[in-house]
Every structure is written in structure tokens, then in C-alpha cells.
Design a protein around this ligand. Structure first.
Ligand code: URA
Length: 239
């Protein structure tokens, strides 16, 4: 996808030009933070859990914090909640190779307690940088910790879920939606019907974004092949 909208939009937004992959930038960034032991959670952790999936994903999912299995394996959502998350992704024809998954907090809080305000505030810049590098079209906040960290502590998940929100995160502005955390859905399976509504909204938005992107690509390819002075000017910018 040489002339994909990432190149075009990045130029327009004034961000760096990219050849379509964020992998190098993301890995460099993750390497720079992976040995961080600055907070007390660092002392009790086994492994740091940063993120997993496609660094060029159009959709990023954010959970709360690693649990026992995640702490052992160093990967997010590999325990029971992860199994349910996989099913949720499959239900809308997605999988881990198509999305990126991370958490608000990168170390397991002792006994899986909820992260404190202070811990969330300390880790949030890392999450924001992750999101900025990946620059997804859609950001899915799983549960109230992710919702409150990104949108604000005044919102409640039962009211905010299933609604599109646009908010700037550093220099990027994805469409954001909150839904229930898989662990909550395991405790309250009757809420799965609401989660299914949210998943369908995500599927629809994803499809529309893809359609928009392919029509933009057709336009860009046309510009690239046209010798009209306006198109030549565009060509200069795209390169
Ligand atoms: N719950 C989360 O919020 N994140 C994980 O990675 C695992 C369980």
C-alpha cells in the first residue's frame, strides 16, 4: 500500500511521513520503557506487559492491567478474559493479527486489585504514546478503568458505553468507544447483549473507515498518475 492514506494523512497533519509500518518506531519506544522500575508495582511484578498485535492496526483495544497469566507471559489478555476477548474479536471478524491490544497499567497490581489513581496517572503517558505511534482509526476502551483514564473520571461505563466520542490523544484523534471489560462480562453474562451492540457499532465503523480509505487510495493513485499541475503538486507532497 505504497500510497495509502497513512502517508497522505500524515503529511497533511504535519506528522512524520511513514512507509506504512509503525513497527520500528513502536519497538524503539517499547525498548526505551521496558526496564522501567520507577513505581512500586515494578517491585512485585514478574514481567512488564506492554502490548501485542499489529503495530499498524486500525483498531486498538485497551484493558485495565495485567492479571496473573499476563504477568507470567508478558502479554496482555492471555488469561480467561483474553479467551473471551478473542471470541468477541472473532464475532466481528477480527483477530489479534488485525488489532493492537494494550492496558492502562503495564504491571500487574498485587492480588489483581484495581490500579490506583496515582498508578494510572503514572502509566497514562506510556499508553498515550503507544496510541500516538499506532494512530488507530478506532480506540476501544474495555471497562471503566480505561474509560476513566482516557476520557475522564466523571464518566460512568453504564452511561458512556456504546457511544462514539472523539478526543485528541497527543497528536492523534481516533474514534473512541467504551464497552464492558471481558472480566465483567464473565461475572455478569446478561450484559453480553449490550456488549454485542457495541461490537456491531465497532464493526460498522471499521467497515466505513475501510471503505473511506479505499476510495481515498483510489483518489491518491489517480493523483499519482495524472500530469495535471494540481496533481503534480499533490504528488510532491505525497512523496
Ligand atoms: N485484564 C486486563 O484488563 N488486561 C489484561 O491484559 C488481562 C486481563
Amino acid at each position: 500500500e505504497l500510497y495509502g492514506d497513512e502517508i497522505y494523512l500524515n503529511q497533511v497533519k504535519g506528522r512524520k511521513a511513514s512507509i506504512g509500518s509503525n513497527e520500528l518506531e513502536l519497538n524503539t519506544y517499547l525498548d526505551s520503557i521496558k526496564d522501567c522500575m520507577k513505581c512500586s508495582l515494578g517491585e512485585s511484578r514478574n514481567k512488564i506487559v506492554l502490548g501485542t498485535g499489529n503495530p499498524d492496526a486500525d483498531i486498538v483495544f485497551v484493558g485495565e492491567a495485567p492479571g496473573k497469566q499476563e504477568d507470567i507471559q508478558g502479554l496482555p489478555f492471555v488469561g480467561r478474559s483474553g479467551k473471551l476477548l478473542d471470541k468477541m474479536l472473532n464475532a466481528i471478524k477480527l483477530n489479534r493479527s488485525k488489532v493492537y491490544i494494550s492496558n492502562v497499567v503495564n504491571y500487574r497490581p498485587p492480588s489483581n486489585r484495581r490500579p490506583t489513581e496515582e498508578e494510572i496517572a503514572r502509566y497514562l503517558p506510556y499508553l498515550n504514546s503507544h496510541i500516538e505511534i499506532i494512530n488507530p482509526k478506532i480506540l476501544v476502551l474495555l471497562g471503566s478503568t480505561a474509560l476513566n483514564a482516557i476520557i475522564g473520571s466523571e464518566v460512568v461505563i453504564s452511561k458512556a458505553r456504546g457511544k462514539w466520542i472523539q478526543k485528541k490523544i497527543n497528536t492523534v484523534e481516533p474514534w473512541i468507544i467504551a464497552s464492558f471489560h471481558p472480566a465483567f462480562l464473565m461475572r455478569q453474562p446478561e450484559q453480553k447483549k449490550l456488549a454485542w451492540i457495541d461490537l456491531k457499532m465497532i464493526r460498522e465503523k471499521f467497515r466505513t473507515r475501510l471503505l473511506l480509505r479505499s476510495s481515498k487510495n483510489i483518489l491518491i493513485q489517480y493523483l499519482m498518475s495524472c500530469a495535471h499541475p494540481t496533481c503534480l503538486k499533490q504528488k510532491f507532497y505525497v512523496k
